[in-house]
Design a protein around this ligand. Sequence first.
Ligand SMILES: [Ca+2]
Ligand SMILES: [Ca+2]
Length: 342
Amino acid sequence: MRIYGTKLEAEDIRADMATSVNGLTVPDTAPTMPGELTATGGYAAPGTVDGDIRLTWNASVDDKPGVVYRIYRATFLTFVPRAAYIIATVTTSGYTDSLRSLAPYYYYVDAVDSTGQASPMSRQAMGAVRPPRPVPAAAYGMEEGSGNVVHDSSGNLNSGQARNTAWTAGKHGNALFFNGTSSSVDVPPSYSLQAVRAVTFEAWVNPASYGRPDNKEVVISSAGNTLWSSMTAVWDNVPEASVRSGQLGSVRGPRLPLNTWSHLAFTFGEDGHRLYINGVLVHHNGLHAGEYLSGSYSPLRIGALDISSPRDHFHGLIDDVRVYTTALLPDQIAEDMSQPVI
Ligand SMILES: [Ca+2]
Ligand SMILES: [Ca+2]
């Protein structure tokens, strides 16, 4: 402790901090433990099992600049971090571990200061590369802006024919306006659209009205009597989705606002039906786990029901339609929401 009869300047205080009262140098302190270590696996590249795992942690605090971090990695949970496991030394609190595979990896991080003192070891984090992201069976950005062909950008050649629609500004770029009485986009059946065990429908919708009370305002429908979905404004004007003409029940959400863009996503898979609005799960019906769709050919219709004579027409704008024959996970739906179909 020091007591002065004068006011010290900052440099004097720092000088006092660095020396003890008896003139000895104050020992350097070790860095604090790197906090909140997380390891987040990215997707493997298509056709591979290789991807990146991103590590982040909270920076250590030390009394001097020049702290570096040592990253330890192993493939088994019980490993004890030591020098042989160090894969990298970095100066910032983040690291991308590239070209990992699908098996889990286990990590620790510690900090070393300019005098060689090490912090306590971080807590362990586990991360794994995710299997390649599902690719759509069909994806429509509706960017054409003229003509009647609506191109599929999935690579599966499932282009559609627009009937009685109008091009207009959309959620992202252009979109199609559906008049509520005769508009639809019709996509012929194809092998790539066969939904056998699972399906996902996604679209941005901007309803202009809820239509007649008996109108289902269909956004996407597919597979005739096998896969059926009406995604906005069923009998009481709320979004609803189902498969097999509703034989396995349905999922419903709160009414969508008119003249406003909302993102709708419907998934059906081994654990049932899920309906998401703006990326938020609003209804999960898991009662029919283990039941699957039939493998029949699957015509696809946007903006109307997929029967030979279209009905239950949607009124308003539709943009960025995606169809998968897998059930997307919630974070994958959020990714699609944030990215236009290109
Ligand atoms: Ca230090
Ligand atoms: Ca668009």
